[in-house]
Design a protein around this ligand. Structure first.
Ligand code: BGC
Length: 718
């Protein structure tokens, strides 16, 4: 009893008087050690596994609360029941639907990723969630991956810059980000048991850098291990990834959380770096990190020191989140959050073609035909963990009505049926690629009598989803037939594609003069799109991944390494992922990485660097002048790529090393300046097992896209 009272008193003292935020890390570690000393082995084990679908236990007598978490990347998921996946039917959990991952990446604006994070953090607090299972930023290796829309881009540097800011935004609200999925969750087919053979150079140069940045620069408190195996070991028990790289090399202080149901063994996972086991169903006591872990500790297979290290990590996360003194109340679906969603969406829209200068639309347009299922479809729900119960979502039709309704007569027809359900097998989704002639006829007759047709096609949250990869790049639902029929009768047709991953746009690119790419673009998607159509917003999004002309051009298909054989796939392309592959192999893409037009034009001059010769520890100061030569204010993403001239080893033809998005008024010139560290020019030498900067000549390219190089200069590393 005395022991109990003392423990309570100590806990009370610790939790009420000690401001963890104001203590330095060393003091915090002492506090944590003292708590751990007071815990029984059973209490410790209870904190290492789920006690419900989205929480793990605390220790009541010591004042340690449960650790609560929630999905996910597109907003804070609706409340589900504690022990099953059905809705808890709350009326207070409607959230802001934020633009999907590839939309955020298309902004090329880390401030937008930060805005996203702040909204997620504030809404998580309002829902009393301590850990948000977000952001998700696996590399887009393979265009058909069902989760491409959740993730960012094909480039490790772009991913890293965005991930750091998303994490900082979330954690600014004393909510832990859980960055995911570590590592290389690049396909959904066989995701739970595929073994990916990835050479260390590709891991280090392509698949890991954004995680490293999110941890070392973003200070991410938690990370989710992926379902798949990497080089023979499940990611939840991968000593190389979790112990050696993440914890030892990168100095990660937080907790590794398994993906739901992604644990396979007790002892291996416990010893190889996993801290918390989460899953999709009970019996919670029987999970690998529950009774079996207790038994393994008692049998000496897992040391109590290892268990204490996990506790230390979890408590460290708690002291920065739920147990932090300044934990904010949070707020949900506020006007400010809607504004953030609008800002992100409006910077993400990509103008692919405007050859007839049809856009922006003028008030001379008196009748608009809005055609296509995607004009009235909402995209907040679907995709399992990435679904959001949106407080509101402005569809394309609603946005167009609100922006053009005063000046034009707006009529809608559906154009195609989107018959596809993500949770069904392909055979159970028959005919989802077939056009519907009756709907096409209606569309044609409306298009004929309208000044302008806005044709909203693409995919949706059933067609692109966790749990399956797409089978082809083709546009679904017979959309191409609809496009052809409508374009034939109305020359003023604008194609708007809403999707989160590359598609086959060959025919549209050839035959249509006006093409816009929107995404699953959040609560304000329709308003942002309509403002782009109207010219209130000048589009500034750039493609975060390459659109291949044909699937066989893409590396995983060209090298026949997807989806693998006998649950094994070798990443034969190594470091040549995305534009690194297309450019090095001289394969012309349909739309290249970094591509996107504006209503204005930008001219690049005076690319200058501060020296001709650099040493290993130097920074390269780069400046380039960019002039807005058109008549609209606009934003340009200046991309800086590096190329090693005469490299002694295989290098990509170019690698993105810096970028900056900048707003420039018409007729004005901006100087865009940045620094690139010479050490960032390194490649990973597998034999020497370290990063090496090869001496010699390098080119630096200032570009408007990966294929639109505007200025080049060279320098030497001596
Ligand atoms: C997904 C995770 C998600 C988790 C919880 C898993 O199936 O891979 O991204 O956070 O479920 O919903």
């Amino acid at each position: 009893m005395i022991k109990y009272i003392t423990a309570c008193a100590v806990a009370l003292f610790l939790f009420s008087n000690v401001s963890a935020q104001n203590k330095n890390e060393a003091a915090l570690q002492v506090i944590i050690s003292n708590i751990i000393k007071k815990m029984t082995l059973e209490e410790k084990i209870a904190m290492l596994h789920g006690n419900a679908l989205f929480s793990s236990a605390g220790v009541k007598r010591l004042g340690i609360p449960e650790l609560t978490c929630d999905d996910g990347p597109l907003g804070v998921r609706e409340e589900i029941k504690r022990f099953d996946w059905n809705s808890a039917n709350w009326t207070t959990d409607s959230a802001t639907f934020l633009p999907n991952g590839s939309a955020i990446a298309a902004t090329w604006n880390p401030d937008m990723a930060n805005k996203y994070g702040v909204v997620i953090g504030q809404e998580a607090n309002a829902r009393k969630k301590n850990v948000m299972l977000s952001p998700a930023f696996n590399i887009c290796r393979m265009p058909l991956n069902g989760r491409t829309y959740e993730y960012y881009s094909e480039d490790p540097y772009l991913n890293g810059r965005l991930a750091v800011q998303a994490v900082k935004g979330i954690q600014s609200q004393h909510v832990a980000a859980c960055i995911k999925h570590f590592a290389a969750n690049n396909q959904e087919v066989n995701r739970s048991n595929i073994n990916e053979e990835i050479d260390e150079r590709a891991l280090r140069e392509i698949y890991l850098p954004a995680f490293k940045a999110a941890i070392q620069e973003g200070n991410a408190y938690t990370i989710m291990s992926a379902y798949n195996k990497v080089n023979g070991y499940w990611c939840s028990e991968n000593d190389f990834l979790l112990n050696k790289i993440l914890k030892k090399e990168w100095g990660f202080k937080g907790a590794v959380i398994s993906d739901w149901g992604g644990v396979h063994h007790t002892v291996e996972a416990a010893n190889n770096g996993l801290d918390i086991e989460m899953g999709s169903s009970g019996s919670y006591d029987q999970w690998y990190f529950a009774d079996p872990l207790l038994t393994a500790v008692k049998a000496g297979q897992v040391s109590e020191k290892t268990i204490d290290d996990k506790l230390r990590r979890i408590l460290w996360v708690m002291y920065h989140t739920s147990m932090s003194d300044h934990h904010p109340e949070g707020s949900i679906a506020t006007v400010a959050h809607g504004k953030a969603a609008y800002d992100i969406a409006s910077e993400s829209v990509v103008l692919l073609k405007n050859d007839a200068h049809l856009l922006p639309l003028t008030t001379k347009v008196k009748s608009i035909a809005v055609i296509g299922d995607n004009s009235i479809r909402t995209f907040a729900s679907g995709g399992y963990g990435a679904g959001v119960k949106a407080k509101y979502e402005i569809t394309a039709l609603a946005g167009i009505r609100s922006r053009f309704g005063q000046t034009a007569d707006i009529k809608f027809v559906q154009g195609y049926k989107a018959n596809y359900l993500a949770n069904r097998m392909d055979e159970q989704n028959p005919g989802s690629d077939k056009p519907d002639q009756t709907l096409i006829d209606q569309a044609v007759s409306l298009a004929k009598k309208s000044d302008v047709t806005i044709l909203c096609i693409g995919s949706n949250r059933e067609y692109e989803s966790e749990g399956h990869d797409r089978k082809t790049l083709a546009l679904p639902f017979g959309e191409q037939a609809l496009v052809n029929a409508v374009t034939a009768v109305n020359p003023n047709t604008i194609i708007v594609i809403m999707a989160g991953a590359p598609y086959d746009l060959n025919e549209i690119k050839k035959s249509n003069h006006t093409i816009i790419w929107s995404w699953f673009n959040g609560s304000e998607a329709g308003n942002a799109l309509a403002d782009v159509l109207k010219g209130v917003i000048n589009p500034s999004g750039k493609m975060p991944f390459t659109f291949p002309v044909s699937l066989n051009d893409s590396p995983a298909f060209a090298l026949n390494s997807y989806p693998g054989e006998n649950l094994n796939t070798t990443y034969k392309e190594g470091i040549l992922v995305g534009y690194r592959w297309y450019d090095t192999k001289n394969i012309e893409p349909l739309y290249c990485f970094g591509y996107g037009l504006s209503y204005t034009n930008f001219a690049y001059t005076n690319l200058l660097i501060d020296k001709k010769n650099y040493k290993l520890n130097d920074n390269i100061a780069v400046a380039v002048k960019v002039k807005n030569t058109g008549s609209y204010a606009g934003k340009e993403v200046v991309q800086l790529y590096i190329k090693k001239v005469n490299s002694s080893i295989l290098r990509a033809d170019k690698e993105l090393k810096a970028f900056k998005k900048i707003a420039i008024a018409p007729g004005k010139t901006a100087v865009v300046s940045t620094n690139i560290k010479v050490s960032d020019l390194a490649y990973f030498d597998e034999k020497l097992h370290k990063w090496v900067v090869e001496p010699g000549e390098y080119k630096i390219m200032a570009a408007s896209s990966s294929k639109d190089i505007r200025k080049v200069t060279s320098f030497y590393v001596r």
